[in-house]
Design a protein around this ligand. Structure first.
Ligand SMILES: [Zn+2]
Length: 350
């Protein structure tokens, strides 16, 4: 696999990938994030998607029970439509980050890829401990390594002739759960043997990314094949950001399109806007980290899909890139983030 990328349709050369979003979800169920609505709004948890309700759903995306399911027929149809527009607006590849605990569906990913000509890369591994069943919670490091290695080199759990192309997203909480410590260790061990790319979802605390990086590297994982996701909502101080970037992993801004400052999953944090994301990225680029930045929307709820009143998978190309150019980020730097960096990350090292 050295120098090659593994998609749900087989092995490809990294040069064919084109513009790549490195952190998205095309089929998942996000029940673990369900957050009860405030007492007087409880009846809205089951409301239908309508103009009247959309404002509430946007403010309370994890309280609306239909919104956290990307698995029903209206959603899979909406996602299929979006693949056609993604292709039309210049998209080449999507990395699908659903792992154990999020009800991944690799057969659907392959069908999408075949029907719409978009390269799709599936992830193996485990989401946060709160999303796991009792059986999975008992798995040893060795069992986890074997599970991930099999999905990367033999075939996935759901379909023997579809292989995964990355480990991740590996879900971590703050503080780290024992189960998650085992998963990080297993990810490091599996990476060192297989040479595959790895993606982490850090706990919602500014010290979480560095702790994960350290544990993964101690287990043998290569820092140059590792992505730290969700930096937008995790590290807010510019100096701390540069310090983290200097550790050598890829730094991902993957919540583009979320323009609501209220962040239900961590009330202590003001979710940055796209403009603030762009300013932080500009700071990283200006300080020499342009080769380490990756971009995505991490769509994981219905309301962010075009069919449900959202921005969709082409938002970065159509709205963010023009604003980046306007804010002094060069076309060259943008091409690095959307084409060259994903290619370098996704190619196996062994
Ligand atoms: Zn994700």
């Amino acid at each position: 696999m050295k120098g090659k990328v593994q998609t749900v349709c087989g092995v490809v050369d990294p040069d064919v990938l084109g513009k790549t979003l490195t952190h998205e979800h095309l089929f998942m169920e996000f029940d673990v994030a369900y957050t009860p609505a405030r007492e007087h709004e409880r009846q809205l948890e089951l409301c239908e998607f309508s103009m009247e309700n959309l404002g509430w759903i946007r403010q309370n995306p994890y309280s609306h029970k239909l919104n956290i399911k990307l698995s029903d027929p209206p959603t899979t149809a909406a996602i299929a439509n979006e693949m056609a527009t993604y292709k039309k607006f210049g998209g080449g590849t999507i990395v699908e980050n659903s792992t154990k605990g999020l009800n991944r569906n690799v057969n659907f990913l392959r069908e999408l890829s075949k029907n719409y000509g978009v390269h799709i890369i599936a992830g193996t591994g485990y989401y946060v401990s709160a999303a796991q069943d009792k059986q999975t919670m008992k798995e040893s490091v060795e069992e986890m390594v074997n599970f991930m290695a099999k999905e990367l080199t033999v075939g996935s759990e759901e379909c023997a002739d579809i292989k995964c192309g990355i480990i991740g997203e590996i879900g971590c909480s703050w503080p780290l759960h024992d189960f998650e410590r085992r998963v990080i260790k297993a990810a490091g061990e599996a990476q060192s043997t297989i040479g595959c790319p790895v993606m982490f979802h850090p706990g919602r605390h500014h010290e979480a990314p560095e702790e994960i990086l350290r544990l993964y590297c101690e287990a043998g994982g290569s820092v140059s094949k590792m992505v730290m996701g969700h930096l937008d909502r995790t590290i807010h101080e510019l100096d701390a950001l540069l310090e983290f970037a200097s550790l050598g992993c890829f730094c991902e801004y993957d919540l583009f399109g979320i323009e609501t400052s209220h962040y239900a999953l961590n009330l202590a944090v003001d979710m940055p806007s796209d403009a603030q994301r762009i300013a932080r990225i500009r700071h990283l680029v200006d300080n020499g980290f342009g080769e380490k930045i990756l971009l995505a929307h991490d769509i994981h709820t219905k309301h962010r899909l075009v069919a449900f009143g959202g921005h969709g998978f082409s938002h970065i190309f159509n709205n963010v890139v023009p604003k980046m150019l306007d804010r002094g980020i060069s076309q060259d730097a943008i091409d690095r983030m959307l084409i060259h960096n994903p290619k370098n990350w996704l190619a196996f090292a062994k």
